[in-house]
Design a protein. Structure first.
Length: 107
């Protein structure tokens, strides 16, 4: 009889462990499913962010090139302005010399 009671206790204990194991497995399975869903969502978001980054990087490259072009053009314009100012100064000096010469001839 003791042996039957012990076997029954062991059987009940094993059944309890199995029930607990199944519940834990369901919790683990649910956790895994939740994590898998989150992983998929994060992968989608990552892909979207990578696309946006790529577009921004391309825009940055285009804008940087335009800025370089504008700066080069500005440098050319400044050089032209400087040369023009020098020519005006030269003409002013020649005009002054000519006026002095005219004054000498008139006196």
């Amino acid at each position: 009889m003791n042996s039957l009671i012990e076997k029954e206790k062991k059987l009940n204990s094993a059944l309890t462990k199995l029930k607990n194991l199944n519940l834990k497995s369901l919790d683990i399975k649910n956790n895994i499913d939740d994590l898998s869903s989150q992983k998929n969502q994060l992968e989608i978001e990552k892909q979207e962010l990578e696309k946006k980054y790529k577009i921004l990087a391309e825009d940055y490259d285009i804008l940087s090139k335009k800025l370089d072009d504008f700066q080069a053009q500005e440098k050319i314009e400044k050089k032209k302005h400087s040369e023009f100012s020098e020519k005006i100064d030269e003409l002013n000096q020649e005009t002054d010399i000519l006026l002095d010469e005219i004054d000498k001839w008139q006196t």
